[in-house]
Design a protein around this ligand. Sequence first.
Ligand code: SF4
Ligand code: SF4
Length: 150
Amino acid sequence: MPVRTKRMTREELPVNDNLCFHCEAKCCRYFALPLETPSEWSDFDQMRWFLLHENAAIFTEGKDWYLLVFSNCKNLDADNRCTGYDARPQICRDYTNRKCEYDDHWVYDRYFELAEQIEEYAEAILPHSTGDSLRSNSTTPWFAQRMITS
Ligand code: SF4
Ligand code: SF4
């Protein structure tokens, strides 16, 4: 199939055409997994670890947190087609282009792609006294240090 330079909108799709034929297979290039809502430094520290990996991001939708990993499916070919369509996983079978990210602009409530960003966020929302920093070189989190010294 030839590569199109200009993408038609969902609304412009002719009747009986398939939206997926005009898409770069956006839904086959990542996966997202739900995360526990972080409530303490150790939760954010684990998120820092996720974000130290290439192609990983974290986003929120409402109160829900997700790990997002940008990674092409191994079944995807150079023409954006599934080479294992007949044996594709159930999650792919359940997915529909009637409501998909074809024309999604990837806007999230919160979006973190760097470890430093989640660290700054944790610093902003976790209670701690002035002068404490989550960026300590110590392997002991700041809240544990305070408990030990108090
Ligand atoms: S389901 Fe949507 S995002 Fe996935 S290939 Fe089809 S049009 Fe693209
Ligand atoms: S198995 Fe096929 S449909 Fe499912 S993500 Fe991979 S390329 Fe896409």
